[in-house]
Design a protein. Structure first.
Length: 435
């Protein structure tokens, strides 16, 4: 194979290649024999026709047509292996092929590749997203220890006296928003540990000092980030009746009792608190990460400059989005148009298709930004990274590492891409948290 020209033209790289004459002749010979084996000529058995006879029945056009595809495939493989062709600058799969010249002596082919765009990512230090490393408070550890040991609490009825921190109050309550009861705001004979912080801030504190049989209206304001949006940030009233007060006697956290939790290398109350604190911290880190990654991604989309969007990549992304929507529509027993109107709120397919194009552009910008930053930070996935991931997944599902490895035997490259993205976001979070 000989590369006759290799030129960048706009967003494309055009490579004109000439097949080796010996290779082209060999492929034509193979094509001729294959065609000859399929001939049907009266007086000869199929597959046993003399080549001299077959030559008069098979045209040069038929031979070339049969030989051209395997030869082009071979040339394509050679291009990718050639040191004269910088495949890292082009999208290998984005390929058009045009035969420039062909006869029995010569085959010249134009391979036209889409080029990778130029990508300018922002300086990570310039990102405005804020991230603070989560912290664990003592009361959170106390709450988790209480949850773990709750089944071992001893409860004694407090016949006289008042509600104090550490007591279990059995109450009836009804919640009112704008003087009207709201859904989920009513309960009967509800046991509430005072001081646990399990209710809305300010709720438990207003019960302290009440005695059995007391009735009281208490007022609290729901947090701004409360999961029920209709109550978030709203001031509400709760009508309370105290049914009973119980004193709680909690178990002694000695080595013998701590054994029941089956935590490795945890034998004292101090070690138990440290272990539980680390578990809570890891959970909070995951939650904080889940919240900040979309914000980082959005800012990368806004601040990354892409010289142009390769049509092949855009087409793949648009097809992926459409395929996902069509699958969801099928699962809902709806047509695609019904689904996008009823479930996604689009007026019609025209409006939806416009949104798909915009979404594809944003998604592709993020993908290209991530690829560029992975390269910039020299992020690589080692065998240790893979094994750590397998061990983590095996522990989560209660399986062996070998069982998990088998699940990924044909998906290792995809897993490496996933883990490299995880590493990148960990690095970004590390940098923005140090600002």
């Amino acid at each position: 194979m000989k590369i006759l020209s290799n030129e960048v033209k706009g967003n494309y790289t055009e490579v004109v290649v000439q097949a080796d004459k010996s290779v082209w002749a060999e492929q034509q010979e193979k094509a001729f024999k294959k065609l000859a084996s399929k001939l049907n000529i009266q007086g000869f058995r199929k597959g046993h026709i003399p080549l001299s006879v077959a030559k008069s029945k098979i045209s040069e056009y038929e031979i070339i047509s049969q030989a051209i595809n395997p030869t082009i495939d071979s040339m394509y493989r050679e291009i990718n292996e050639s040191n004269d062709f910088k495949k890292e600058n082009v999208i290998i799969d984005a390929l058009n092929v045009d035969v420039k010249k062909v006869d029995k002596n010569t085959l010249e082919v134009l391979f036209k590749f889409e080029n990778y765009p130029t990508i300018e990512t922002p300086d990570i230090k310039s990102l405005t997203v804020k991230y603070s490393l989560p912290k664990v408070e003592d009361k959170e550890v106390d709450s988790e220890i209480s949850r773990l040991s709750k089944n071992d609490w001893m409860l004694g009825v407090k016949e006289s006296g008042i509600i104090a921190n550490g007591d279990m109050a059995n109450i009836d309550f009804e919640g009112f928003l704008d003087d009207k009861p709201f859904a989920g705001g009513t309960a009967k004979a509800f046991d509430l540990e005072i001081g646990s912080g399990s209710f809305i801030p300010g709720f438990e504190e207003q019960l302290v000092g009440l005695k059995k049989g007391d009735k009281k209206d208490i007022f609290v304001t729901f947090p701004e980030n409360y999961h029920e949006k209709s109550l978030a940030g709203k001031k509400t009233k709760f009508a309370i009746t105290v049914n009973e007060i119980k004193e709680i006697t909690k178990p002694t956290f000695d080595a013998e009792y701590i054994k029941k939790f089956n935590f490795p290398n945890v034998n004292t109350e101090e070690e138990l608190r440290k272990h539980i604190g680390s578990q809570i911290l890891e959970m909070k880190k995951l939650q904080a990460r889940d919240q900040v990654v979309p914000l980082i991604s959005q800012e990368l989309i806004e601040k990354t400059k892409v010289s142009y969007f390769p049509e092949s990549l855009l087409k793949d992304e648009r097809n992926r989005i459409m395929s996902d929507i069509q699958n969801k529509a099928s699962q809902s027993n709806k047509s695609t148009e019904e689904y996008i109107q009823q479930n996604l709120g689009f007026k019609d397919m025209i409006e939806f298709n416009k949104n798909v194009k915009e979404t594809a552009n944003k998604n592709l910008t993020l993908v290209l930004a991530i690829e560029k930053l992975i390269e910039k930070f020299n992020i690589e996935i080692t065998e240790k990274d893979l094994n750590d991931y397998f061990e983590k997944v095996a522990k989560y599902y209660g399986a062996t590492v070998d069982q998990i490895k088998k699940q990924f035997v044909n998906r290792t490259e995809g897993l490496k891409v996933f883990l490299s993205q995880q590493k990148l976001f960990d690095e970004i979070i590390k940098q923005i948290s140090s600002k």
